[in-house]
Design a protein around this ligand. Structure first.
Ligand code: GUN
Length: 299
């Protein structure tokens, strides 16, 4: 059994990105600049955004963090996004989700200029990804694809079962694993909350991607010997023995699954750090303007 070490791989990717930043500087170009918008004070969102800012520093990017109160009205948030769209100094924008209930995620997502949408959530980027055109691919699916590629995990002709159909992970993952590419070329089954017998599907799977947000859901009896298992879950579970008062739990029961599978991502240290590296990668592409250089998109 091989651990798909997202921590180690992401450090390698960050080194590569830092090298590209040095190249940009010696070419007389400006360094990539990411703007992150955080609305409210949700604990997990604050942690994620702070990590993203720290990652930017580590690779030599500039970053701007815009903090807004949870009671901000939708128009003001939309205007904030518009201002960042119009700011030539900024290459990439993310608006951390979830947003408060009175704000439309769809409106905010669609306000971001596709060329600066390094989260890959804008319908233009999702559509381009589905068609196999150059696009920003959202960070978690992209990070998983990078991990599978760098460990040379064979996926062609395999059966991939994905659990969870979220916009951010399950749905794009199903497109990427099915497409004619490596990694990819899988027969894909997308399971979700209305799937009657998920175990019947996972038992058939060569690759299982668990992205449902239920700690310990996938157990050893649900997979076949030699399966590849990717754990996207990172739920905070109360744990008095931890300094922070919680532990991070994946969707996979590591103990029972790891004794049967061929590859597995740990939690923490698997998909999480790869997601962070993928956002940096997208921001680098935005700064180099390489995805859209031959295509003009208007917002
Ligand atoms: N909330 C959870 N994951 C993400 C992500 O990848 N991007 C943003 N903007 N918000 C998130």
């Amino acid at each position: 059994m091989t651990i798909l070490d997202g921590k180690k791989t992401s450090e390698q990717i960050k080194l590569e990105i830092a090298g590209e930043v040095q190249q940009l500087i010696s070419d007389g170009r400006k360094v990539p600049h990411l703007a992150a918008v955080l609305v409210g004070s949700d604990g997990a969102s604050q942690t994620y955004v702070n990590s993203k800012v720290k990652d930017c520093e580590q690779v030599g990017f500039q970053s701007t963090l815009v903090r807004l109160g949870a009671d901000i009205n939708e128009n003001l948030l939309l205007q904030t996004v518009q201002d960042i769209n119009d700011n030539e100094e900024i290459d990439g924008i993310i608006v951390q989700l979830p947003l408060p209930d009175h704000i439309s995620v769809q409106k905010v997502t669609e306000r971001i200029r596709p060329e600066k949408d390094v989260d890959g959530f804008h319908p233009v980027n999702v559509g381009r990804m589905v068609k196999g055109l150059p696009a920003y691919i959202s960070a978690t699916p992209y990070g998983i694809m990078q991990l599978l590629e760098r460990y040379q995990v064979e996926t062609t002709g395999k059966h991939c079962v994905i659990i969870g159909r979220s916009d951010i992970v399950g749905t794009p993952m199903s497109i990427l694993m099915a497409r004619k590419a490596t990694p990819g070329n899988c027969t894909v089954t997308l399971c979700h909350s209305r799937t009657p017998d998920i175990k019947a599907h996972t038992l058939q799977a060569d690759v299982v991607i668990a992205a449902l947000g239920r700690p310990g859901f996938l157990t050893g009896d649900m997979i076949k010997d030699g399966a590849v298992v990717v754990d996207v879950g990172i739920t905070r579970v109360p744990d008095a023995t931890k300094k922070r008062g919680y532990a991070l739990k994946g969707d996979v029961d590591f103990e029972t699954v790891s004794s049967k599978c061929s590859f597995i991502t740990p939690v923490p240290g698997g998909v999480g750090p790869m997601t962070r590296a993928a956002l940096l990668w997208n921001t680098l592409q935005a700064a180099k303007n390489s995805f859209y250089q031959s295509v003009s998109i208007t917002d």
